[in-house]
Design a protein around this ligand. Structure first.
Ligand SMILES: NC(=O)c1ccc[n+]([C@@H]2O[C@H](COP(=O)([O-])OP(=O)(O)OC[C@H]3O[C@@H](n4cnc5c(N)ncnc54)[C@H](OP(=O)(O)O)[C@@H]3O)[C@@H](O)[C@H]2O)c1
Length: 331
């Protein structure tokens, strides 16, 4: 496993982080708690020490599963537990809420569910248009002073929003979407984070399973699974994305003796050399290939070829914007 230090801290984090959204079950057609706990142990065995969760993932369930797993380990201090604040879910509808009052309540709820007395990395999940960014940043600075959190991050923020945040509280990480198919941050967020020494936790590494190479055009998803309304997974777009995945798989085999999953995660790690790729998993076998992403690199020529393979088929890329929760409704 490769490691980096979270910017402005001595926190040593694995460059592959385990994403635990699907463990919550919500928007993923349910999940099996026992398998999820085993998945966390498998991640630790593979050298992953950074776990990313959030209160909204299953409305507490994902954090509880992480809490159960970490409370039974003897190495809590070596782990980097990253969770979030700033979303609420009255009546199971999710809205943004980053008031100071909300954040100070949320942190104690998360600590209880995670069965720990500190959070290594606390992130604002989405910018809240109804609350001044300065108020949100002030709450995070307060939590650092209180010793409840060790480092501060945001997620889904624009460079301007990060700049405002940083004027009040030291910003150490950002969590934007990024993968071979979702490159909306290339021109603005990545250069901003590099220039300002902000570590990125890049989410959606496998594009919700699409880049695993295990899906086909007739794959079906159960219940409330997000892929039932993710525009990339709808025809005719889905067929095109599957076509590119097949081509990338072929390329990975011919050039590196790897598959598309290995290539996709390695691509992120090589594009963003000081940052972290979040790999979502909820079954131990889904992490069998973590080691196959390590110990090699994608050269510049291959980077260009990979880009051509994607651009030849996907002329109008579909972004991940459909996932954004709305602001609180006016009462
Ligand atoms: N900050 C934000 O707003 C935000 C938004 C999205 C995600 N995130 C974070 O980023 C993490 C990763 O993103 P993500 O969970 O959306 O998606 P992802 O990493 O792109 O894909 C995860 C899904 O891919 C499939 N998968 C994983 N390993 C596989 C393997 N070896 N073979 C076949 N399929 C495999 C699994 O689906 P199945 O289990 O259905 O097979 C898994 O649930 C999240 O868990 C969360 O921590 C943050």
């Amino acid at each position: 496993m490769e490691f980096i230090k979270i910017a402005g801290s001595d926190i040593k984090a694995s460059r592959i982080g385990l994403g635990t959204w699907a463990m919550g079950g919500w928007l993923w057609g349910g999940s099996d708690k026992k398998k999820c706990v085993k998945t966390l142990y498998k991640a630790f065995d593979e050298g992953i020490n950074l776990i990313d969760t959030a209160p909204v993932y299953g409305f507490g369930v994902s954090e509880e599963i992480v809490g159960e797993a970490i409370s039974e380990t003897s190495f809590r201090d070596d782990l980097v537990i990253a969770t979030k604040a700033g979303l609420e879910w009255p009546d199971n509808k999710v809205y943004r809420n980053s008031t100071k009052q909300r954040i100070l309540k949320e942190v104690d709820d998360s600590l209880r569910r995670l069965k720990t007395d500190y959070i290594d990395l606390y992130q604002i999940h989405w910018p809240d248009p109804l609350v001044p960014i300065e108020e949100t940043a002030e709450a995070m600075a307060y939590l650092i002073k209180e010793g409840k959190i060790r480092a501060v991050g945001v997620s889904n923020y624009s460079p301007r929003q990060m700049e405002i945040f940083s004027s009040v509280c030291k910003l150490q990480t950002d969590q934007p979407p990024y993968n071979l198919f979702e490159r909306g941050i290339d021109e603005d967020v990545i250069p901003y984070c590099n220039e300002n020494k902000i570590t990125m936790l890049l989410y959606g590494s496998l594009c919700r399973g699409l880049l695993s190479g295990k899906l086909s055009a007739d794959s079906e998803f159960k219940g409330d699974d997000i892929r039932n309304f993710d525009p990339k997974f709808q025809m005719p777009a889905f067929k095109k994305y599957i076509e590119v995945v097949d081509k990338l798989d072929q390329f990975a085999k011919e050039h590196f003796n790897k598959n598309v999953l290995h290539l996709s995660v390695r691509w992120m790690l090589d594009k963003c050399k000081n940052d972290i790729s979040l790999w979502g998993a909820r079954r131990p076998d889904q992490l069998d290939d973590v080691s196959k992403v390590m110990g090699w690199n994608i050269d510049d020529g291959s980077m260009a070829e990979i880009e051509n393979i994607v651009n030849e088929v996907i002329s109008e890329p579909i972004g991940p914007e459909f996932m954004a929760p709305g602001p609180r409704p006016n009462k």
